[in-house]
Design a protein around this ligand. Structure first.
Ligand SMILES: Nc1ncnc2c1ncn2[C@@H]1O[C@H](COP(=O)(O)OP(=O)(O)OP(=O)(O)O)[C@@H](O)[C@H]1O
Length: 366
């Protein structure tokens, strides 16, 4: 028998004028709930945590039912074994970091198994050993966030819920936390449901994305797939929209450029953040407005990255431009061009074109 999904949710809820009808099945790894303000992301998290009750439906985590309205089942929050990390750390100010961490463990005392994380393993994973004797008031925002994460992990949850955990931090603190979130995703063996508005966090962290729109789930899939769908551009970023490509860091060219191998072809970049060494996996963003199109193989251009492809979709965008989805070998690349340029190339599905990539964004890590 195959393992049950990490999260299986099928609920309806009416709160005030807002109507939520959602079905979400998430596997392991980190699932991002992405959508505009007021679309229902926090409500979904609160339903899993038990802070809200659905009018109808069921929620199960790792095959364990938490809610099943038809069967009269509703587990209260403290019996769900769900770890919730809020935007603000909510540490207990009179306790040291060690005592705050063990406070999380105290709640889990009845279900701590041999596999449950220990104080040492969590301290190592999050790099908070040097903070153990300190009190929250003296910690930076990033340090507090890591302690709050540690406390949630020590409660041995079945799933970790994170509602915009980085929103209150400045860019430097965000960059400090992101590598720990990656380690958590890759090594803690715990499904994570993560709310964010930030495409940079999706690019860096998401295994799967659930697009939430006005109380409905509009699409579910890998970030690269969803960010290349022109029909989702109203949610994926409008003018800022672009493709997300999975990449593996390769070697360097004779003149010092770094290779990034993607399914769409090899991309060359002049710089890489230091944590991206050969063999590392990353995701790069190619803004659609930074892609030019040509109907013949460009010659004598200074651009480094030219990807051949076939037009899969072309549509008008609200701002008067045209968005073209090009299938480049094994991955799609979006280009935003003016209608005049699109007409000059008479772009139609099936046509071969070359994408000239002017800029590639790599999210900086530590
Ligand atoms: N207790 C409540 N009573 C009535 N309406 C509510 C209640 N809680 C939330 N809402 C409404 O439900 C909708 C969804 O809210 P929710 O907080 O889930 O959105 P969100 O996608 O998380 O938004 P944001 O990104 O701004 O945090 C909003 O229109 C909100 O005003």
């Amino acid at each position: 028998m195959s393992a049950p999904p990490a999260l299986d949710l099928d609920v309806t809820l009416r709160q005030g004028a807002f109507d939520l009808v959602a079905q979400v099945t998430a596997g392991r790894g980190l699932t991002v709930l992405f959508g505009q303000s007021g679309s229902g992301k926090s409500t979904l998290i609160d339903l899993v945590a038990g802070l809200k009750r659905p009018d109808r439906g069921r929620i199960a985590v790792d095959g364990v039912p938490l809610v099943h309205t038809a069967a009269g089942l509703w587990l209260p929050p403290h019996r769900r074994r769900v770890g919730y990390v809020f935007q603000e750390a909510r540490l207990l100010p009179h306790l040291t970091v060690r005592q705050n961490l063990l406070y999380g463990r105290w709640f889990a005392r009845r279900h701590v198994t041999a596999e449950a994380p220990t104080l040492d393993s969590v301290t190592d994973l999050l790099g908070i050993g040097p903070l153990l004797g300190r009190r929250p008031a003296g910690l930076s925002g990033g340090e507090k966030a890591r302690v709050a994460l540690g406390r949630a992990l020590l409660a041995a949850p079945r799933i970790l819920l994170m509602d915009e955990p980085l929103a209150a931090l400045d860019e430097a603190r965000k960059a400090e936390i992101l590598p720990y979130l990656e380690r958590l995703r890759d090594h803690a063996g715990l499904p994570i449901l993560y709310v964010t508005h930030a495409v940079a966090e999706v690019a860096r962290l998401a295994t799967t994305v659930v697009m939430v729109d006005q109380g409905r789930v509009r699409a579910v899939g890998a970030p690269g797939t969803l960010w290349s769908r022109p029909d989702l551009m109203d949610l994926t970023g409008g003018a800022e929209a672009g493709s997300l490509l999975d990449a593996v860091v390769g070697g360097r060219t004779a003149d010092g450029l770094f290779h990034l191998d993607t399914a769409a072809g090899r991309i060359l970049v002049p710089h890489l953040p230091p944590h991206l060494t050969s063999g590392a996996r990353t995701r790069l963003r190619i803004p659609a407005r930074d892609v030019l199109l040509s109907d013949r193989a460009p010659q004598g251009l200074s651009a480094l990255n030219i990807l051949p492809g076939i037009v899969a979709d072309v549509r008008d965008d609200a701002d008067g431009s045209r968005v073209v989805r090009l299938e480049c070998v094994g991955a799609p690349v979006l280009a935003r061009v003016t209608r005049t340029s699109a007409d000059a190339l008479s772009i139609t599905p099936g046509q071969p074109l070359w994408a000239i990539v002017k800029a590639v964004a790599l999210d900086q890590g530590s």
